[in-house]
Every structure is written in structure tokens, then in C-alpha cells.
Design a protein around this ligand. Sequence first.
Ligand code: 1GP
Length: 243
Amino acid sequence: MIQERLINGRLHFSLIDPDKQSAQEAGKMAYLCEKYGTDAIMVGGSTVDGKMVYDTIKEIKKNCSLPTIIFPNSADALVENADYVLFMEFMNSLKYEHTRGEQLKGGILVKKLGIKPIATGYMVISTSKIPTTVEQKTVLDRIGEDDIEKAVRYCAYAECIGMDCVYLDAGSNAEKPVPDKMIREIRKIVDLPIIVGGGIKTPEEAKRKIEAGANAIVTGSLVEEEIEKIRSIIEAIKSASPS
Ligand code: 1GP
């Protein structure tokens, strides 16, 4: 179970956006991600629909033996050939559809389709001057890079309501990743596994996030743009010594 592996930490997830390439190309990317040592393939993006997700996962499964995890933008992204879904409450969104609306549609689909849900307290940390795609698509209770206490509060809430993990996302191609200090302060209070993504481009950054207390690092843009770079990022994650 991914949830158990998350608890032990030092994981890397490769995020593939079905909107950015053909399903066949996504399959080839997943093959390389597995070869480079990634732990799971996340599939999602802000504009995808179910057919694109289904076709992409089908090709990924032909080329790679790793678990697939849907990272949904809505209930429409839920498809039966996925292994897991990050079943998310977008905790710092002020839009009902992002906190509860799509989840009410999605819960029943997850049950019917037999996808394993990973209950995820998802939050966007705003680190960029120009809003990232996810920031443009919702209305946020903004958590800036210095709003550490607020971030800790959200994560403690996620633990108290029984989530499996929290996901701190600076947004795809963020100017700066989630700050190490924020991860460290959350880790002092919160026992849940912490997934961190958005703007992580170097092995050093990835390693620092793990050493600050993150259990898994997500990279998406690098998989699309310079896939061979994830090899050194994965090596750095696996060699990190969490505090
Ligand atoms: C975005 O956290 C993911 O939701 C990945 O971000 O594309 O910047 O790696 P990047």
C-alpha cells in the first residue's frame, strides 16, 4: 500500500499530465521514470478529462509496473484503470466545488470503480509573483511562504480529521518550491506523511525537503521537459537523512 510506504518516507512521484503529450508518449515517459527509480506515477492536470486519463494510464501500464495514482482536477478524472486516487480536500480553497462539491460526486465513483483512495489534505502554498495555474483556477485562503503558522494549522486539522497525508503544492513550475522551514515546522507538530511538490528542479532542493521532514517529492515539469534529470533527483531523495 502506498499509504504504508509514505509513512516510511523518501519517495519520489513522477507526475504526468495527459494534456501535454499523447498517451503513447506518456507510456514511454513512465518507462523511463521507472528505470530512473521513481516510486509511482501520478496522472493529472488542471484541464484533463476522464478519457484522456484512461488512455494515458492504459499506455503507462503497458510500459511500466509501478502503481498509478490519479491526481484529479475534478470527479471527471476518475477512471477504473487507476490503482489509487489522491482523494483530496483542497483545504485552503474557498470554492465549494474544490473542498466538497467534486468530492461528493467522486466518493461514490471511487467505490464503484474500485480505486483505492488516499485521503489527502491538499493545500497550495503561494510562492510565485505570477499566479500558477492552480492559483488561477480557484480562490484561495492564501498561504504565503512566510505563513508558517497557518500552514501548520491546516496540517494539524488534516491529521485530526483522519487524513492519510498532506500535500503541500507550490503549483506547477512555481518560481520557488515550498520553503524548507515550513516543512520543518509542520513536521514538529504533525505526524502525517507530507508530500511536497511544485517548482522542485534540483537534487539539492529535493534532498533538503526530505531532510526537513517531507516523505515524498513530486516532480511534473521536469518529467515533461528534461526527464533524465529526475534520475539525480531520485538519487538525492534516496540518500537523504530525514531528521
Ligand atoms: C504540481 O506539484 C506538482 O501540482 C508538480 O510541480 O510541475 O513544478 O514539478 P512541477
